[in-house]
Write a protein that binds this ligand. Sequence first.
Ligand SMILES: [Ca+2]
Ligand SMILES: [Ca+2]
Length: 507
Amino acid sequence: MKKTYLILTSFLVFNFIIFANDKSQPNVLLICVDDLNDWVSFLDGHPQSKTPHMKKLADKGVNFSDAHCTSPGCSPSRNAFFFGVEPHNSGLYPFYDIVEIEPGNIDHYTPMPLLFRQNGYFTVGLNKVYHNPDNEYKQKEQWDIYKSMGDSNMNLLLDQGYVPEKAKNSKNPARSKAKRLIACPADNPKEDFRDYKIADYAANFLSKDHKKPFFLAVGFILPHTPLIAPKENFERFSDAIIEPPFKYDDLQDIPIAGQSNAQIYVEKPMREHDAWEQMRRAYLSCVSFTDDNVGIVMDALNQSAYVDNTIVVLWSDHGFHLGEKRSFSKFSLWNEATRVPFIIYDPRNETGNQQICEEPVGLINVYKTLCDLTGLEAPDHVDGISLKPWVYQPKTPKKSPAMTTWGRGNYTLKTKKWRYTRYFDGTEELYNQSNDSNEWNNLASNPEFKPLMESFQNSWLPKSEKPQVRSGIKLYNVSDADNPTKNINSYKRLVKDYQSSGLKPPL
Ligand SMILES: [Ca+2]
Ligand SMILES: [Ca+2]
């Protein structure tokens, strides 16, 4: 009996060592950035963006320059990413506390970190991987280590940016109810910031010996609001900030279901206080701070034993408006909110690295792509396709568009030439990207394009939609088949209010 046990143990140990040293089993480093739009120096979003570390990674790997989120909100985007399921198949359209969702809705899914763990990986999650507080969901099953780190007390330089009065007058502006619109530097060392803390933790992890292959997910929270970064990062943007392309009456040719996605309740105070430039400067500063932190992680990887055997994926959960379409932040189906930076660097990729893939791709495909690149089998419930053909041959033409969902019944498709959007009430938008990349001229009412729009509908829009998962729900900023009037009505009230303010109204 004892002898059998010993033989079995040594067999397991032997196998384990073989597995740990098996070069074909690569590590995964997932760099998850919150609310990062195309204002990065490896895309064409803003000419003043300064992101040398992310650019270095984009230049080294495959830079997917026309990548789009599955949903333009943290919670539905990240749920789709980590479960690998489209919102119309999961019913996870709006924001949730997924720990509160009733059994039978999502517990049959294998989240991405769990799949890697079940296949012998050591899994580490840092800060915002899922939407907070969803990191508690199956935390013990999914993660060997899960760490959350907060900012230390922030010493805000209130007069060196934009801070709403309500926040200024509060005892702790950075934690006040009005914190969302704070855009100013803090006179703290970088070590006080949570994003630096996790970069440092990840760098330390990468400097250590690990017996198993690892799946390391680093979740940076900036440039999510409040837009607070070290003074040093703000000082990099002392020049006047160039205004992004903007059209006053842009919303005029957009159906009301789409218009109501514009966050004019932020656009109005920004104009009243002439604060857009400060907001944009703060955004660029926060992006540059995130870039510094990505640099810390990448430098550590490059100096580590894992440099030749680690797949790096950098992505953001959705984009961000900074005044375009009279909107702020996310929650829309326009390019500003759907387009995301997306890089895959696989050191084994001799044919595709150092190239740009200009084909439209969706983040829903990351689950299957990572399975394909690491040799794991994706569970049956996972949607999307593997992007491996484009990772290895980035110039391969791609027929399928990238699709983004925002609430049940609202979808947008991005092809190389077109953006086609259909809302829950049947209204539509169509933009020709080859001469209207700002999406200013809605062609949907032109009968010439009717057949094209019908072919988009028939070929690519979902034929059925799972009902919205209801339990534990937090609904806001969605006008959709389940909540058709609330957001539209509040938008109409805001437009009226705007019109009486003396400012140039959106319509
Ligand atoms: Ca986000
Ligand atoms: Ca327009």
